[in-house]
Design a protein around this ligand. Structure first.
Ligand code: HEC
Length: 118
């Protein structure tokens, strides 16, 4: 199953994230993860999120996550969708693998456009 494979990949990423310092409390600004973790998150966005949302996030089984598609959406809702998934849809919850600040950071990056991020 595609989802199962994604989960295995995420389990590995989650394990590698455990060495990072805990993120400081609720910051007004979105704190960027450490650069090594940023690279992991981009890789994950491309390969795992991309398996449903398209390699360039232009849509597939899941909707497009491009700056244009996201411009009128509330960031907090998008962050909550990443963390909790959407019940009764193919969108799975990622909170076991992505922290809340990381999800918020991903949303802010997707709103700027990350299709070419490496
Ligand atoms: C197994 C397929 C699948 C995977 C993998 C997946 N998504 Fe989704 N995602 C969906 C579907 C389907 C929806 C639309 C749900 C709905 O109908 O409301 C969605 C919705 C979303 C939304 C809300 C978009 C909107 O316009 O409201 C965001 C944000 C999102 N996904 C981000 C991600 C991120 C980030 C990842 C990787 C960490 C990811 N998704 C992985 C299938 C997937």
């Amino acid at each position: 199953m595609r989802r199962h494979r994604a989960m295995v990949v995420f389990a590995l990423l989650a394990a590698s994230a455990q060495g990072l310092p805990a993120s400081a409390g609720a910051a007004e600004e979105i704190a960027a993860p450490a650069s090594a973790r940023q690279r992991e998150l981009f890789k994950l966005l491309k390969h795992d999120c991309g398996s449903c949302h398209g390699m360039r996030l232009t849509g597939g089984l899941g909707p497009a996550l491009t700056p244009d598609a996201l411009k009128d959406k509330v960031e907090a809702n998008l962050t909550a969708t990443i963390l909790s998934g959407r019940p009764n849809t193919a969108m799975p919850p990622w909170q076991a693998f992505i922290s809340e600040p990381e999800a918020a950071w991903l949303v802010s990056r997707m709103r700027k456009g990350v299709a070419d991020a490496r």
